[in-house]
Write a protein that binds this ligand. Sequence first.
Ligand code: GDP
Length: 446
Amino acid sequence: MFATLSDRLADTFKNLRGKGRLSEADIDATAREIRIALLEADVALPVVKEFTAAIKERARGEEVSGALNPAQQIVKIVNEELVEILGGETRRLRYAKTGPTVIMLAGLQGAGKTTLAAKLALWLKEQGKSPLLVACDLQRPNAVNQLQVNGERVGVPVFAPEAGNGSGDPVAVAKASIEEATRKLYDVVIVDTAGRLGIDAEMMQQAADIRAAVNPDEVLFVVDAMIGQDAVTTALAFQEGVGFDGVVLTKLDGDARGGAALSVRSVTGKPVMFASAGEKMTDFDVFHPDRMAGRILDMGDMLTLIEQAEKVFDQEQALKAAEKLSGQGGDFTLEDFLVQMQQIRKLGSMSKIMGMLPGMGQFKDALANFDEREIDRIQAIIQSMTPAERDNPKMIDGSRRLRISKGSGTQVSDVNTLVDRFHEAKKMMLQMARGGGMPGMPGVPG
Ligand code: GDP
């Protein structure tokens, strides 16, 4: 996502490097390049115009100070304007003061609503809420089933018409679900509604009827970021037909150009509240305009990484490992190494984690080719070792190496490399620890 846009903007900034002052011609040329970059990323034309006009005006304006060089000035302005069109402040979910909070999802079929419903439910659960999923997509065959399967995956109950798929009145189901939630003390109700492949009056009416019946605290419009310019048309149609309070962008992991993300909020005036980027239930997060802008400008997304790391990292494990690595609290073993690796793994793929670190944009190609299976291989090798071997890799002799390689489906040379590298890395870390240069949190890349 945004790869091309990031590259184009980086080129634009590069052209400004070394300039002592920006002439009128420099500003025009820069604005033109940014305009092309945005249009290529599928950003809607009115948004592009507004954006480049703001850049030009500010670049010419008095705020141009001596503290930053021209390239830095432009980066700063572009960053601030990006944050602005992405919605400025992070918009948090509003909860009902009394009774269950009702969140209704609307959007086209295939937008990712059903998947999103479960992701949101999981996220709410992690916030200490007790959500109830409600199946009101009674149109699409199998939609009820799909929600039930997803609900099970995240451990959240699903309220559905008893007859199951393809039957029942969605408005009645939605109403009944609120009664159920009130009775059973669920505090958030997530209503999944039907979508169609295209915008359609009947579907809009149904969504509007559900809205009127349950009076949601939040209506979220779910849109597939990969549909490009169509996202804007669809958003406007839903705004008129149903109305919504916020937007959820899905499939941000795709290789789309990202224009939807940059346009929808400007065109509808409604904030992007959540972003969903992957097939896994945990690939979901609150949308932060500032961090997204940072990511587009390739300043890295340390905040998201740290937040995610905090969520999945087992603090106790991390501390234990830190002590061991600093030469206290016993020996750092291959078992500890395995645990650390599995913790990092929980954050997502290596290339994704690396992609969030600042300045990693230049290694994009290498990251794209990063072989995730290498990690799997290392895990398999360690898992094929006995506990004694993990504690004391020195005991791994020739015949043990052969057994481990067989057990893990690797070559003896792979086992050798791993053991050698482990010893080297450990030595290095001990030296660092003695020199006082120990990184605070072991296992966090970078
Ligand atoms: P609905 O018709 O709006 O309920 O859409 P679904 O939830 O059934 O999603 C449609 C397809 O998109 C499914 O194959 C999902 O697995 C996939 N999908 C949903 N969200 C994401 C996402 O964030 N990333 C990717 N890559 N696929 C997604």
